[in-house]
Design a protein around this ligand. Structure first.
Ligand SMILES: C[S@@+](CC[C@H](N)C(=O)[O-])C[C@H]1O[C@@H](n2cnc3c(N)ncnc32)[C@H](O)[C@@H]1O
Length: 521
């Protein structure tokens, strides 16, 4: 069963905290286990139900702004309700009798679908909606078993204020929708490389593959606005399930952490984005010594903000602005590396460099917990191979994901295995997959040579004070429109004294970089 409710994160005066915790524990001991279970279920299903309904409405609005295929929110909600009521929706295929209305009746071009086409699309979407419901069912089981804590952001008492404040929610929903017309214009023009008009690819700063408008997003990864809208956009795309898909790594982390001392455990989160995943790890293991590595200074600043809730706690966070293909850390310096949703946005060679680096910085016996898209064939285990592989095919076309197709058939066991990372296990959660690997004990001598110099390794800083050197408005000065090509990359970086580690690519890595504009593999 889950642990008793915690007061951490709640605004309780310090002198009352101890007695209040004693009272909570005493009350908790009096509540029958079954009642606790019902309470947890009610809390989770209401929070997730609200989240699902909210992001579904955003998806419907967004499809209206995009103009093309209009999503019928009522039909989609009916399909979700049906999956919720069905005790085992997984393998069910919606038949004509159970079709509660077509979710989509236009093609992306805006043309009306024939009845047969609409029924096929409806079946495809219904299966995916059922799988989202299933994803939440699995998470609820983990919460009931106490595998990890009730997510802090699903509880209005512990969530960041802006997440439940109607004015803030309205503002971000409005700005995301406003941005949607630019996203749609880029999609219509198939223009996913707008950044190359402004930024010159530079292997020592931003490689060509990085300078893309993935998902046709405005400014790619390189603006404060992009970092502000990113989580909302991703949750809209996945109907509020993106965090739950990230959290499928937590059961692996929980198993590994059992009996470990948090304060002497070093965890590196590579390509943290806005740091959402890290917040869930730290909420469960507040004593960890964490490092977040990101290539975008704007996203790194979001990591800092999202993790501010843990400041003053027992653990630490170090922020590092660098390319994960050549990380500025000594060999064998981390107990665990986590990496979420990165590899599908990297070309093959960059993925290899990153895999080599993950292995290099891990201690022998250390763990890699890796989450990314599910791959071709993974739908078989879910009983929906066709709907699954169709989704994997359609997603990159719709979203400007030039490396996705190649990623979706990449043999990750072989890729990580080449560098001494042995496969442990994996789980598939809707369209994502989590993998666990262990660095072989004997692989240390075989590890690839370090990409960093001894000197820069020694200058590594790993405490909260260092993290705080990243300024409040990191990168605020940078503007994709304003910066001239030659200076743009430099301007986009955080102030030099705030950069904890300088990215120092070696000659070999530079030679492997693709030519400017060489986007797709
Ligand atoms: C799709 S997002 C995933 C972010 C985050 N892990 C999440 O769960 O949402 C990819 C992130 O990887 C970062 N990134 C891409 N290539 C990188 C590289 N070579 N080195 C470091 N970060 C990189 C981007 O800046 C972006 O924040």
């Amino acid at each position: 069963m889950p642990s008793p409710p915690s007061l951490s994160g709640l605004p309780v005066p310090d002198f009352l905290r101890g007695p209040a915790e004693d009272i909570v524990r005493a009350l908790d001991a009096q509540v029958p286990a079954d009642a606790k279970k019902q309470l947890l279920r009610a809390q989770y299903t209401s929070a997730i139900g609200l989240r699902l309904a909210f992001f579904l409405s955003q998806g419907v609005l967004s499809s209206r702004v995009s103009g093309g295929s209009n999503v019928d929110g009522v039909a989609a909600a009916a399909a979700i309700a049906k999956a919720v009521l069905d005790p085992s929706p997984r393998a069910r295929v919606a038949d004509e009798d159970s079709n509660l209305g077509n979710i989509v009746s236009n093609a992306a071009s805006g043309e009306a679908l024939t009845d047969a086409e609409a029924a096929e699309v409806n079946q495809f979407l219904s299966q995916h909606l059922a799988e989202i419901v299933n994803l939440f069912r699995v998470e609820l089981e983990h919460l009931e078993n106490g595998t990890y804590k009730f997510p802090y952001d699903l509880n209005p008492a512990t969530a960041p204020a802006e997440q439940w404040n109607p004015a803030d929610v309205f503002a971000i929903a409005r700005d995301t929708l406003a941005d949607q017309s630019s996203v749609s214009a880029r999609r219509d023009a198939k223009n996913g490389q707008e950044l190359l008009d402004t930024f010159a690819p530079d292997p020592e700063r931003y490689p060509a593959y990085y300078l893309q408008n993935f998902h046709y997003q405005t400014d790619g990864w390189l603006s404060k606005d992009s970092a502000r809208l990113y989580d909302f956009q991703v949750e809209t795309l996945f109907l509020g399930s993106a965090d739950t898909m990230r959290r499928q790594a937590l059961p692996f982390v929980a198993e590994w952490m059992r009996g470990r001392d948090e304060s002497s455990t070093k965890l590196l989160d590579v390509a943290s984005g806005t740091g959402r995943f890290l917040t869930f790890v730290r909420d469960n293991y507040p004593g960890l010594q964490c490092t977040a590595l990101e290539l975008s200074p704007h996203y790194l600043e979001a990591v800092r903000k999202n993790n501010a809730r843990f400041e003053g706690g027992p653990g630490s966070l170090t922020l590092v602005e660098a390319n994960c293909e050549a990380m500025p850390f000594p060999d064998a310096s981390f107990d665990a590396v986590t990496n979420v949703y990165l590899f599908h946005e990297m070309p093959r060679e960059a993925r290899r460099n990153a895999a080599r680096e993950f292995a290099r910085v891990l201690k022998p016996g250390g763990k890699l917990f890796f989450v990314d898209s599910a791959q071709v064939g993974d739908g078989r285990a879910l009983g929906m191979e066709k709907a699954f592989d169709q989704a994997l095919e359609r997603f990159p076309q719709f979203n400007h994901e030039p490396y996705y197709k190649d990623y979706s058939v990449t043999d990750l066991k072989a890729l990580f295995g080449e560098f001494g990372l042995e496969y442990d296990d994996s789980t598939v959660a809707w369209v994502s997959k989590c993998w666990s690997f262990t660095k072989k004990e004997e692989s240390r001598e075989d590890a690839a040579p370090s990409a960093m110099s001894e000197a820069s390794a020694e200058s590594a800083v790993s405490d909260e004070a260092a993290a705080e050197k990243v300024p409040e408005a990191a990168g605020e000065e940078s503007s994709a429109e304003a910066a001239p090509v030659a200076e743009a990359a430099a301007e986009a970086a955080v102030e030099p004294d705030a950069v904890l580690y300088e990215f120092d690519a070696d000659e070999d890595a530079a030679a492997k970089e693709p030519e400017a504009g060489a986007g797709a593999e």
